[in-house]
Structure formats: C-alpha cells, structure tokens
Design a protein around this ligand. Structure first.
Ligand SMILES: NC(=O)c1ccc[n+]([C@@H]2O[C@H](COP(=O)([O-])OP(=O)(O)OC[C@H]3O[C@@H](n4cnc5c(N)ncnc54)[C@H](O)[C@@H]3O)[C@@H](O)[C@H]2O)c1
Ligand SMILES: O=C(O)C(=O)C[C@@H](O)[C@H](O)[C@H](O)COP(=O)(O)O
Ligand SMILES: [Zn+2]
Length: 360
C-alpha cells in the first residue's frame, strides 16, 4: 500500500492506494463516532457493499442505495440520503462513506457538508475517474438541469481509500473516461507524466497492476499538490478545469445521459488545444498529439450530434469561472503547462466553436 497526504493544515488527510483495501480496517480507523452511513448505488452494492460493512465492526452501520447515473446527481436524490440519516437517527458525530464513482462521491460529500451543517465523510472510490480525481480535493456538488455541479460546497473527506482491485469489474467505457482525467494532469502541469502515459498506453489498456498503480499515484499526487496550494479555487486550482467549460456544456446539452463526464472532458480538452493553437501557443503537431493521446481510448474528439455554436455559447456563459460577465478558459501554453485566462480575442473562441460544430 502507498500513502500520500493532502496537506491542508487541520483538514489534511491521507490517500491510501493498493490492492484489496476494501475489507481492511482502514475505513474503521478513520471513523471518530459510533455511527456510519454507507452510501452507494444499485450497481456497486451487490459487488462491494457487504465487504465494506463487514469491515466496520460494531458501529451502528446503516446503508443507502441510490439509483445509478449522472442524471440522478440531483437535489432530489440527495433527499434520500437525508431521509435515511434522519430515520436512523444519525447525529453530528456520524460518518458518511461514499462507496462508488464520482456521482456517488460528489453527492455524499455534499450531503456530509450539509447534514447538521457538516459531518465527517470518507471517500472509497470505485471508478478510475473517482480514484484519480473526484475523491480528492473536497469539491462536492449536484447538477442543476441548466448547469453542471451548480449547487455544492467545498468539504474535504477524512480519508480516501483506493482499492485498485475494484477496477477489475469496471467496464471499458468507464475506464477510458477515467483516462481522460489522468491525461489532463499531464497536459496541465506534468509533461513527463504525459510522455510516460504515451509510452505505457498498452500496459494501461490491459490494466497492468504496476502501470495502473503508477498512473493513479501520479494523478493523485498532482491533484493533491494543486488542491493543497489552492483549496477553494481562488487561482491555479482552476487549471484542473481544462476541457471542462466545453465539456460541461456538452454534458448539460445531452441531458447528463448521453456522454460520460470523462468523454465530455476529452472532447473539451481537444477544443481547448485547438483554441490554444488559434492563439499561437500550440502547433498543429501539438494539437494532433493531444487528440492522439485520447482517441486510442475510444474517447470522443468531436462535438455531440446536433450541438450548435449557439448552444455552446449559451451554456458556457453559465460556467463557474465567469468573472464580471467575462468567460475565463483554461488553455494550453504548451503540452504540460496550462493557464486560466479571460484575455483572448473573441474571434479565437468563435473560430474554435465553428470548426468543432461543423466538422469536428
Ligand atoms: N469532485 C470532483 O473533483 C470531481 C472530479 C471529476 C469528476 N467529478 C464528477 O464525477 C462524476 C463522474 O464520475 P464517474 O466517471 O466515476 O461516474 P459514475 O459515478 O457515474 O460511475 C460510472 C459507472 O460505473 C459504475 N461503477 C462504479 N464503480 C464500478 C465498479 N468498480 N465496477 C463496475 N461498475 C462500477 C457506476 O455504477 C456507474 O454506472 C461526474 O458527476 C463528475 O462531475 C467530480
Ligand atoms: O477538483 C477540481 O477542482 C476540478 O476541477 C476537477 C474536475 O475534474 C471536476 O470535474 C470538477 O468537479 C469540476 O468542478 P467545477 O467547479 O467545474 O464544477
Ligand atoms: Zn472533471
């Protein structure tokens, strides 16, 4: 097992990474009270829920099983968690455990931030995307029909427990979606990791344990460093949003049903790369290299069917990085270095959107 720390003073916490961690005492050790609510979904429950509850010893342990899917990452679904907490008489010293992918993790984190104005929670991520990104950093939220993650809070977990064995049951499409966020770290701040990912693509495609552990570790290290330097996104944390302004627009446009988050981020990162070329920062070869790092995973590099430039503009105007009416975007200075900026000629954005919507 390897352990990293997210250094946030009194809110610091460990990330444990290794095989077969689900049934160890790691979760139990981080629980401070005598009550725990394990929240998961209908797909994950039959596979992993019992293993987790069995590891919790003599605590009062209750469970909630949510419906599966991004379309359920809503305020309405959150109520099921609050109802269960009230029904089972959980108090302020309870701990919520998020057993699942980013959807479960984001909702449980938000429920923990809200219940009695804030209780402990532990992330037990079961998708690659959740292991490398969403379980770390304390961004929690639900979606609004008009915008992604619009209602949420910053609330850090007590610990993150990454059992790489649970990825054995993860479908290919979900695994690839997680790779989009892994590749993101290489693009925004870690060019050596980007090179490494290109060199080890086939090892990762066959889910070789050593390569997978290395990819998860290096991703979590990148995320932990960014979060430790800027917990609430006053500055450089926004770099983790590469591809997301475009991607969130695509997810919202498709009603949170058609495209996976990682797929939308992949297409969004290609858009960001193309816009960076418009601004003279990336070459044609760089853009081809960005797209070429994503497409072998079957990730989309074109816009959803029927989405127009007007759709993009409308939805992107609601992005959380808008400041005083000006849309700020995360763009690439070069492969391995990103910046967030609102200082670009609007034509560069128009040309990027037109090219993307016309022919992809
Ligand atoms: N908070 C953050 O910092 C952050 C970062 C990135 C993404 N996100 C959010 O995360 C969400 C996407 O997360 P995701 O990609 O994990 O999607 P997800 O949570 O929907 O999980 C993907 C699918 O895999 C299934 N699944 C999960 N673990 C499995 C396993 N081990 N075996 C078999 N099936 C399994 C799930 O039931 C689901 O059907 C989005 O809502 C996105 O906005 C948040
Ligand atoms: O942790 C962050 O910060 C991120 O931006 C990570 C993203 O991968 C993630 O999708 C996040 O939920 C996006 O946040 P949002 O503030 O743009 O909704
Ligand atoms: Zn993301």
């Amino acid at each position: 097992m390897q352990t990293l720390d997210v250094a946030l003073a009194e809110r610091s916490y460990p990330i444990h990474i290794g095989p077969d961690l689900l049934s160890t005492s790691l979760i139990r050790e981080r629980i401070r009270g005598n009550q725990v609510m394990v929240v998961t979904n209908e797909t994950i429950a039959p596979r992993y829920l019992e293993r987790v509850t069995a590891s919790l010893g003599d605590l009062q342990c209750d469970t909630v099983i949510l419906p599966d899917g991004e379309q359920y990452k809503t305020l309405a679904t959150l109520e099921r968690i609050f109802d269960a907490l009230m029904e089972k008489r959980h108090s302020r010293t309870t701990t919520l455990v998020a057993l699942g992918g980013g959807v479960v993790g984001d909702m449980v984190g938000f429920a923990a931030a809200c219940f009695q104005r804030g209780v402990d929670f532990i992330q037990v991520p079961t998708t690659l995307l959740a292991q490398v990104d969403s379980s770390v950093g304390g961004k929690t939220a639900v979606n609004h029909p008009r915008g992604k993650n619009m209602i949420g809070a910053f609330h850090q977990p007590r610990s993150v427990i990454i059992d790489i064995r649970v990825l054995d049951t993860l479908p290919e499409r979900e695994f690839a979606a997680g790779m989009a966020e892994v590749i993101k770290y290489g693009l925004i701040r870690d060019p050596r990791f980007f090179d490494w990912l290109e060199q080890h693509r086939s090892d990762l495609q066959r889910r070789d344990d050593a390569a997978l552990t290395e990819a998860i570790l290096r991703s979590c290290r990148n995320k932990a460093e960014v979060v430790a330097a800027d917990e609430t996104e006053q500055g450089n944390r926004a770099l983790l949003n590469l591809g997301h302004t475009f991607g969130h627009a695509m997810e919202t446009f498709t009603g949170y049903r058609q495209w996976l988050h990682g797929e939308a981020v992949a297409a969004g990162m290609v858009m960001a790369a193309r816009m960076s070329r418009e601004l003279g920062w990336l070459s044609n070869d760089d853009v081809a290299r960005v797209a070429g790092s994503l497409s072998p995973w079957g990730l989309p590099v074109t816009a959803p069917e029927g989405m127009t430039t007007a759709d993009f503009s409308d939805l992107m105007a609601l992005d959380k990085k808008v400041r005083n009416g000006r849309l700020r975007l995360v763009l690439l200075k070069r492969i391995g270095e990103a910046l967030v900026t609102g200082e670009y000629h609007p034509n560069a954005l128009t040309r990027t959107l037109e090219a993307f919507c016309d022919k992809g």
